[in-house]
Design a protein. Structure first.
Length: 412
């Protein structure tokens, strides 16, 4: 939007000069800060407080912190015969035998930054996550979120990239209302071959700010374009994109993973589902628009609760109590994952009302909103799920996945 700016011009000035000044864009306004990650990093010698960014990627409370849980203690409660599952041993695609996968081994972890209170660093790739609700999770590597550099915009010093091996702890804190942020968060609608998703955007699992750069090669040379200058990114071919700038200018770019099949996917923070990752094969077009704000504040992420509800077995018996899903997830901050049509769904259990297994390859997932999804290709929803524990007044009840008729989660 353009604004007319009041100026004083001598009577002798030209009409052209007046027109140029009248149409000049207003100075950029500071972005709403509430959605930006904020915290305090303590090293062996200093403390830094300010806005945080994990490398060149995660910047917002709804973004994902990825790692691996060192252990799954609830797996020890499963019957011995169900503590592991048989996996084929293959050489050049030919099965030559079977082995047992220990169900007590670590499992991938995804947590929203807004659900974390503190990260206590224990080594090069190790840490303890202290969640808002008081629970703790020991983690070990698994992504560049552990072991990499954390960028801090310290309110006294300015920008500093703090090495992981220098960090003792990271305390996550509510973002101050007076925090000054010049850039804004990316927001828009992603069109796919199966529907649309609208929300905050993380392009190529990376670019999420108006000042981040889209890289590509045109017929005239390499380009780096600020995302805030872009209105549309459209799939032009498997290995190129059509880019339309806010000005209306159009470009065809290729030869980088920002604009071709090497793209790692487009995260959309769609409030219906939590977050979805649109893979390149499903992607058709992204239309960007300026957001009203920067997303949920730290205080908007309520402390998680234990998963609880009813598990109905194939024999019709109903077991009620606390639930440990897939011998792993036991709290509402944790994420249920599944794929459909080249789109990955990452749904906080707080949004899940029921899971109904539907054959060996997938399940029907009913959301609190009433919407239903058919998901597959994940141990959360398919036959390699390790089963469900129900914890109540007596001995834990274990229900193997192939004996589960449905799971209904309690909503508090």
């Amino acid at each position: 939007m353009r604004r007319f700016i009041a100026v004083s011009i001598p009577a002798v000035g030209t009409l052209a000069a007046l027109a140029v000044l009248a149409l000049a864009p207003a100075p950029a306004q500071a972005a709403d800060p509430q959605g930006f990650i904020y915290g305090k990093i303590t090293t062996g010698t200093a403390t830094y407080e300010g806005r945080l960014r994990w490398g060149d990627e995660e910047s917002f409370w709804g973004d994902h912190f990825d790692s691996v849980k060192e252990e799954r203690p609830h797996a020890e409660m499963a019957p011995r015969r169900d503590k592991g599952r048989r996996e084929p041993i293959k050489i050049f695609g030919i099965t030559i035998g079977m082995r047992w996968d220990d169900a007590s081994d670590g499992r991938g972890l995804i947590a929203r930054y807004g659900d974390i209170r503190e990260i206590e660093v224990r080594g090069d790739d190790e840490a303890i996550l202290h969640m808002k609700n008081g629970s703790e999770v020991e983690i070990d590597g698994g992504s560049n979120d552990v072991g990499g550099k954390i960028r801090v915009w310290d309110r006294e010093i300015g920008q500093i990239d703090v090495r992981w091996d220098r960090i003792e702890k990271i305390e996550l804190l509510p973002t101050p209302a007076d925090l000054e942020v010049a850039e804004h968060r990316l927001f828009g609608t992603v069109e796919t071959r199966v529907g649309e998703f609208t929300g905050f955007i993380q392009w190529d699992k990376d670019e999420c700010l108006s000042t981040d750069k889209l890289d590509g090669e045109s017929s005239d040379g390499d380009m780096e374009i600020e995302m805030g200058r872009i209105r549309i990114i459209e799939r032009h071919s498997r290995d190129s994109s059509r880019v339309v700038l806010v000005s209306g200018r159009e470009l065809i770019l290729d030869d980088t993973n920002d604009v071709d099949s090497g793209n790692r996917g487009i995260f959309v923070e769609d409030p219906r589902f939590g977050r979805v990752l649109v893979k390149w094969d499903a992607f058709e077009r992204l239309t960007l628009e300026e957001p009203d704000d920067s997303g949920p504040a730290y205080e908007d992420f309520a402390p998680a609760k234990a998963l609880a509800g009813k598990v109905t077995g194939e024999d019709g018996k109903v077991h009620e109590g606390r639930i440990v899903y897939n011998l792993d997830e036991s709290e509402t901050w944790e994420i249920l994952g599944g794929d459909r049509d080249d789109i990955e769904y990452h749904i906080p259990f707080a949004l899940v009302s029921a899971v109904i297994p539907d054959g060996p390859n997938g399940s029907r997932v009913v959301l609190v909103s009433g919407e239903e999804l058919e998901l597959e290709d994940s141990s959360d929803v398919a036959e390699d799920n390790d089963g469900v524990l129900v914890l109540g007044g007596g001995e834990p009840v274990y229900v193997a996945w192939d004996r589960v008729r449905r799971i209904d989660f309690e909503r508090n």
